[in-house]
Design a protein around this ligand. Structure first.
Ligand SMILES: *[C@@H]1O[C@H](CO)[C@@H](O)[C@H](O)[C@H]1NC(C)=O
Ligand SMILES: *[C@@H]1O[C@H](CO)[C@@H](O)[C@H](O)[C@H]1NC(C)=O
Ligand SMILES: *[C@@H]1O[C@H](CO)[C@@H](O)[C@H](O)[C@H]1NC(C)=O
Ligand SMILES: *[C@@H]1O[C@H](CO)[C@@H](O)[C@H](O)[C@H]1NC(C)=O
Ligand SMILES: *[C@@H]1O[C@H](CO)[C@@H](O)[C@H](O)[C@H]1NC(C)=O
Ligand SMILES: *[C@@H]1O[C@H](CO)[C@@H](O)[C@H](O)[C@H]1NC(C)=O
Length: 408
């Protein structure tokens, strides 16, 4: 990253601006590689896991979250594809592998009880207890302040971090890197001394410690290729303008709700199937969720047939060839999903109980409630670069080299 600064300065000298249209090939923001792990174990219950996560969002949107809600025995996120950032904690650089989550905002470690955090000279025990309920799972533990490094350039001296004493629903990661808005941390701390309300997120601290100049996170996910070594994704903290991870312009839209919520409409075959409505963008949700009416209209047009084994709708080769773009219109810009982007990655059919060679649509119906009419999951985010901008309270999207890729 150090290499890019002379180039940026040179651009400034030549053009008088840093955001030159002659974008550098590297980004001026600070990047964190995110490894994509594909779990080859078969029989994952993708749809149930997603529904359970969607339910927790709905409960919060409808403000009727109660601990009496029946807890379901499903993982918090699907265990098939996960995006993991490697971070270090403490003066002795203990390594943890955290799930990147825009749908929650507490950062915590210790999900693997055989791999414990050991307080070091930089660790400060706060006397506070932290509890985060994710709907289908939760963790409970102790809150520390410690040094947290997301990369060599992104070192937070004083990050509030949860250390799990007990968790349910997290099996293949050490914890969560919560990059949702800080409001989602409200009420997660049982403060012993001062009445603690929210917990500054990693993005908040990178900004307040002067490491990034704007509280912005860009996310570049990559479609699953089925190759043994999946390409890496990337998180970019700070200035995302000019990143090589997207093409064209970023379209921004105002952030809605406590989540990374946006307003969008959806159309298929040129017909609007969901009028402009509010929903969320979520890295922890796999599929695209749309309101039942919109979903039915979409499925009717495609001719998809419900498949019991996967919980998804199956289409034939002929129906696949006849698919039109499924278009998400956000901030006045169309973000089409090509036919290839609308189907579940064929190489992962067996993982979800499907059959080799079959075609399943990667969309699910959801009962809309106010402020939660849809969830754009990572089947959308793998096709479009996304930007979560807390400084300007907005969310952005841009096309990428993968937008039209035919990897599925
Ligand atoms: C921890 O990592 C930093 C670089 O991020 C390095 O400067 C420091 O020496 C490392 N400390 C130990 C104990 O390995
Ligand atoms: C660390 O951050 C917390 C807030 O998260 C703050 O209360 C505390 O005073 C900070 N400690 C230092 C040493 O700056
Ligand atoms: C948990 O940690 C142990 C000890 O480091 C390791 O062997 C094991 O693979 C870890 N489990 C998971 C699910 O990461
Ligand atoms: C793969 O998924 C299964 C659940 O089907 C889970 O038990 C297992 O821990 C996962 N493996 C890894 C390495 O994440
Ligand atoms: C889809 O088709 C079925 C029967 O063909 C019909 O009952 C249903 O109303 C249609 N749904 C929509 C949203 O068009
Ligand atoms: C994807 O393909 C469409 C149709 O050919 C084209 O209009 C669009 O510019 C392409 N998008 C990208 C990001 O390549």
């Amino acid at each position: 990253m150090i290499m890019i600064y002379p180039f940026v300065i040179l651009c400034s000298l030549l053009f008088g601006v840093t955001a030159s249209p002659l974008a550098p090939t590297e980004t001026p923001g600070l990047s964190v590689p995110i490894r994509k792990f594909v779990n080859v174990t078969s029989g994952h219950n993708l749809v149930n896991t997603g529904r359970s996560r969607a339910q927790s969002f709905r409960d919060r949107a409808a403000s009727k979250r109660t601990s009496s809600t029946k807890r379901q025995e499903v993982p918090v996120v699907n265990e098939i594809i996960t995006y993991i950032a490697e971070i270090t904690v403490g003066a002795d650089n203990q390594t943890f592998h955290l799930l990147v989550d825009t749908g929650s905002s507490n950062t915590w470690i210790g999900a693997n009880s055989s791999y414990a955090y050991v307080p070091s000279s930089s660790s400060v025990w706060t006397d506070d207890i932290v509890i985060v309920d994710y709907g289908s799972g939760y963790f409970f533990g102790y809150e520390y302040y410690d040094t947290v490094a997301l990369s060599n350039d992104l070192v937070i001296k004083n990050q509030s971090i949860g250390v799990a004493d007990f968790q349910q629903g997290f099996t293949s990661m050490d914890g969560i890197l919560g990059i949702g808005p800080v409001a989602l941390t409200d009420g997660t701390i049982l403060g012993d001394l001062a009445p603690v309300t929210t917990v500054p997120t990693v993005s908040d601290n990178l900004f307040t410690e002067g490491i990034i100049s704007a509280e912005v996170v860009g996310i570049a996910f990559v479609p699953t290729t089925g190759a043994a070594d999946e390409p890496e994704g990337e998180l970019i903290f700070g200035d995302v303008e000019g990143s090589s991870k997207y093409t064209g312009q970023i379209t921004y839209t105002q952030k809605e709700t406590d989540y990374w919520g946006i307003t969008q409409s959806i159309s298929y075959s040129g017909i609007e199937i969901m009028a402009s409505a509010v929903g969320v963008v979520d890295t922890g949700t796999t599929l695209n969720y749309m309101p039942t009416d919109a979903f039915n209209a979409y499925i009717n047009s495609t001719g998809g047939i419900f498949d019991e084994a996967t919980g998804l709708y199956e289409i034939t080769e002929e129906q696949y060839d006849a698919l039109d773009d499924l278009v998400f219109t956000i901030g006045g810009t169309d973000f089409p999903l090509t036919s290839n982007a609308q189907i579940w990655p064929r190489t992962l059919n067996a993982n979800i109980g499907g059959e080799e060679g079959k075609l399943y649509l990667a969309a699910v119906a959801t009962d809309p409630v106010e402020d939660l009419n849809f969830i754009n999951g990572y089947v959308f985010l793998e096709r479009y670069f996304s930007v979560f901008d807390n400084t300007n309270s907005r969310v952005g999207f841009a096309a990428t080299a993968y937008t039209n890729a035919t990897t599925n």
